[in-house]
Write a protein that binds this ligand. Structure first.
Ligand code: IFG
Length: 503
């Protein structure tokens, strides 16, 4: 009962493992102790059990974490792992700390949710597991409604249980600029002072952002910062008159319209602005990607858009990062080699979305799949919901979030050019951590499984290749862990929730 479904899991017909009070976590190999420390902390908080970490071979009943070159499944050194549970003990093997960490997430799901009392037993099992895609992302829009560093850390804690390894932070939009920029301080002083519906606003200081990035990295999550441009820029335009064509700043915006703002193209002050903000955010980002948006630029002259995107993407590359952007950026044929496109149209592409997406591949890049009608977590679950929007071809049920495949959306987009998947949560209607979790869980579990588990057989229809009933059973099991952790989730009707969580 694990999500994402492991590549290979077999129950072993032998005595279960029992976690004794004096059990230890035995570590061997570079980085194993850092992973063990995270497991120790989880067992302490989830099960109020205190295990010690020892640098010696495991004794009977210990948990062992072993990191060595030959420990990962063949061909899956980056994030693969093996996990064996037997009466003698638990053993996680991996070639990297990331692989070992994903093994720990699986172990956490094998531990009964009610693990505070003895005996704590886990059935004997053997797992050999590794991800389909390297990029398994969740996006949090902190621009519409701002969320504190602690809320973002809580989000990171919740997504790693699903082996999600990228956090895309949508830092800027019409309603708010959320990352302090030393060279343009009014972006946050003024542009960060409010949010959607006149909400309080807020922003991350650069130290707070560094701390978030470090927190994510410890948990093998790469942060992908997004500075959306040239559209979705009212907060910047409101903060600096010189960024506006007529030298006059618009008012701060707290509504929910899109497509009405744009930065200037071919303007020296704007070019300096873009270079400064990209430079400062690149310096805060150990990850390889810097996302510059490019979506919904309905107020940008088409020729100006192409010029702006070419210049801005080149600026990102010049500051040592791989540019990323929404699929509209593919209108440009002048992108740096390797630029990553993020597809957000529907399972059936509309208009020029497919061609714009393939443009990234033609320019040596790859694609992250986020089809809005199945992977957008801000879309309502059901008609009439308080939370969410309903522009993406109707509500999105858990089954719809699960029954699709990234390699079957854009004709001509092959598996080799798909970097992975991402589920965005836009926050126009989302104001609290509880709201975030209701929209994200359980549908993120579906997208996380699509990103990690083996591809469906390409002969079957996706609906048959993906066993939703089996997935729903595993969601019901995982929900016991969400319940125990206090993580909110939507009790969708498609799942037979266990009695303890069905309230
Ligand atoms: N589209 C906009 C977002 C947000 C979203 C809400 C993209 C790339 C609709 N752009 O999705 O800013 O408003 O579902």
């Amino acid at each position: 009962m694990v999500i994402p479904r492991p590549a290979m899991l077999e129950s072993v017909d032998s005595a279960p493992f029992t976690l004794a009070p004096d059990a230890r976590i035995s570590v061997a190999g570079a980085g194993a102790s850092s992973v063990a420390e995270l497991l120790r902390a989880e067992l302490a908080s989830d099960c109020s059990r205190s295990l010690t970490v020892v640098h010696e071979p495991p004794a009977f009943g210990d948990i062992a974490i072993v990191i060595a070159d030959d420990e990962a499944p063949d061909g899956h050194d980056a994030e693969g792992y093996t996990l064996e549970v037997a009466a003698e003990g638990v053993r996680i093997g991996a070639a990297t700390t990331a692989g070992a960490f994903w093994g720990v997430q699986t172990l956490r799901q094998l531990v009964p949710a009610e693990c505070g009392s003895d005996p704590l037993t886990i059935g004997a099992v053997r797992i050999v597991d590794h991800p389909r895609y390297a990029y398994r992302g969740a996006m949090l829009d902190v621009a519409r409604h701002f969320f504190s560093p602690d809320a973002v850390k809580r989000f990171i804690d919740a997504i790693v249980l699903l082996k999600v390894n990228h956090l895309h932070l949508h830092l800027t939009d019409d309603q708010g600029w959320r990352i302090h920029i030393d060279s343009w301080p009014n972006l946050t002083a003024h542009g960060g002072s409010t949010g959607s519906d006149g909400s309080d606003g807020g922003f991350y200081t650069q130290d707070e952002f560094r701390d978030l990035v470090a927190y994510a990295a410890e948990r093998h999550v790469t942060v992908v910062p997004e500075l959306d441009m040239p559209g979705h820029t009212n907060a910047a335009l409101a903060s600096y008159p010189e960024l506006n064509a007529d030298g006059v700043s618009p008012a701060l915006y707290t509504g929910s319209k899109v497509g009405f703002s744009t930065l200037l193209s071919g303007d020296a002050t704007t070019a300096r602005f873009v270079d400064d903000v990209v430079r400062e955010v690149a310096a805060l980002t150990p990850g390889p990607y810097l996302h510059i948006g490019g979506d919904e630029c309905q107020s940008t002259d088409p020729a100006d858009f192409l010029r702006f995107i070419a210049d801005a993407a080149a600026t990102v590359a010049r500051h040592g990062k791989i540019p990323a952007g929404w699929h509209e950026m593919g209108k440009s044929g002048d992108l740096p080699d390797g630029t990553v496109g993020q597809y957000w149209d529907f399972l059936t592409p509309r208009g020029s979305a497919a061609d714009e997406t393939l443009s990234f591949v033609r320019q040596g890049g790859s694609v992250i799949m986020s089809p809005a009608d199945v992977a957008y977590l801000d879309i309502v679950y059901e008609e009439g919901d308080r939370l969410g929007q309903d522009w993406a071809d109707g509500p999105t049920t858990l089954r719809q979030s699960y029954e699709w495949d990234p390699a079957r959306v854009v004709p001509g987009l092959t598996e080799a050019h798909i970097l992975g998947v991402e589920a965005p949560l836009w926050t126009e209607t989302v104001e609290t951590v509880s709201d975030i979790e209701e929209m994200v869980f359980p549908r993120l579990a579906a997208v996380a499984e699509i990103g990690w588990s083996p591809a469906p057989s390409d002969t079957d229809a996706v609906e048959t290749a993906r066993d939703f009933d089996d997935f729903a059973e595993r969601v019901a099991h995982l929900a016991e862990h969400w319940e125990a952790a206090g993580t909110n989730f939507r009790r969708v009707p498609e799942v037979r929730w266990r009695e303890r969580v069905s309230s």
